[in-house]
Design a binder for this molecule. Structure first.
Ligand code: F6P
Length: 324
């Protein structure tokens, strides 16, 4: 092992820069050379490589986004695309990779590693927190805190007008952000893709909430929920005459959740994982993802990570109902 590549791919997440920094600095400290691959797998296919030194990662720890940029590459999903990417890696003398990203990123890393005999170690980076093999993913805590800050603000205005607010948070297939925001923001109801949602039951619950209390109600909806998101739910409510007197508003938080400076928790997590990824490569591991489980670094075969569903904590779901 003499020269490693580092990349970020898929949806960016606060803390990715801290992870890049840790991987680069640990590798340099071990006498390795480091190449940054820009725009994820798309950049790998185009040969968009840049030499990295200590200075190229200075003053980035606290920044959101990713200095290496990110992309979702369709071409990399094909064998031909991965062949082109592998040729560039060979031409640049890259013999191992640290890839930072979510499910699709890790799947790509597995295929590239297996087809072209390249050592790969993954770091879990996604705000969705939906990766098996780690208690938390890089970016989740930051996104959660951003969403929570917005929910608190919406609560102020909701309360002033005794309104019903449907707040949509990110989470394409999963309710991790929604659930934790729901608990932290005191939401009256949380709707997530992991649970079966019955429109009739939701209407009843909201009506009972709004009639039993002369105050605001907040429903946190994960974007991937079964009913099609907050806007669709609001439309369905407005069709019912029982909701004529309920002043309803929708706020979709969207990509604001992906940006901003990472929280302390994410910076520490990302630094630990970036360091652990290089350590794993030095120890001869490949085809693994580094994660933190019960506060210890844990390696999980990447093949067991992607395409596998990490369960949300159903106790939290019950707790929202109990506490609202
Ligand atoms: O996977 C992270 C995520 O932010 C999801 O929560 C969301 O559904 C998706 O990415 C949005 O992707 P894009 O930025 O490509 O629209």
């Amino acid at each position: 092992l003499s020269r490693i590549g580092v990349l970020t791919s898929g949806g960016d997440a606060p803390g990715m820069n801290a992870c890049i920094r840790a991987a680069v600095r640990r590798a340099l400290a071990e006498g390795l050379e480091v190449v940054g691959i820009r725009r994820g797998y798309a950049g790998m296919i185009d040969g968009d490589f840049v030499e990295m030194d200590r200075l190229s990662v200075s003053n980035i720890l606290q920044q959101g986004g990713t200095i290496l940029k990110s992309a979702r590459s369709k071409a990399f999903r094909t064998k031909e695309g991965r062949e082109r990417a592998a040729e560039h890696l060979k031409a640049h003398g890259v013999d191992a990779l640290v890839v930072i990203g979510g499910d699709g990123t890790l799947e790509g890393a597995t295929r590239l590693g297996e087809e072209h005999n390249i050592a790969v170690v993954g770091c879990p980076g996604t705000i969705d927190n939906d990766l098996f093999g780690t208690d938390e993913t890089i970016g989740f805590d930051s996104a959660l805190n951003t969403a929570l800050e917005s929910i608190d603000k919406i609560r102020d205005t909701a309360d002033a007008h005794d309104r019903l607010f449907l707040i949509e948070v990110m989470g394409r297939d999963t309710g991790f952000i929604a659930l934790s925001c729901g608990i932290g923001g005191g939401a009256e109801l949380v709707l997530i893709p992991e649970m079966l949602t019955d429109m009739g039951a939701i209407k009843e619950r909201i009506l009972s909430l709004m009639s039993s209390q002369s105050r605001s109600s907040i429903v946190v909806v994960a974007e991937g929920d079964e009913l099609g998101g907050a806007q669709k739910i609001a439309e369905a409510l407005r069709e019912e005459s029982a909701f004529d007197d309920i002043d309803t508003r929708v706020t979709v938080l969207g990509h604001v959740q992906r940006g901003g400076s990472p929280t302390a928790r994410d910076r520490v997590l990302a630094s630990r994982l970036g360091n652990a990824a290089v350590e794993a490569l030095l120890e001869g591991h490949s085809g693994v993802m580094v994660g933190i489980v019960n506060n210890d670094v844990k390696l999980t075969p990447i093949r067991n990570v992607w395409g596998r569903k990490k369960e949300v904590d159903y106790d939290l779901l019950q707790l929202t109902a109990l506490l609202s």
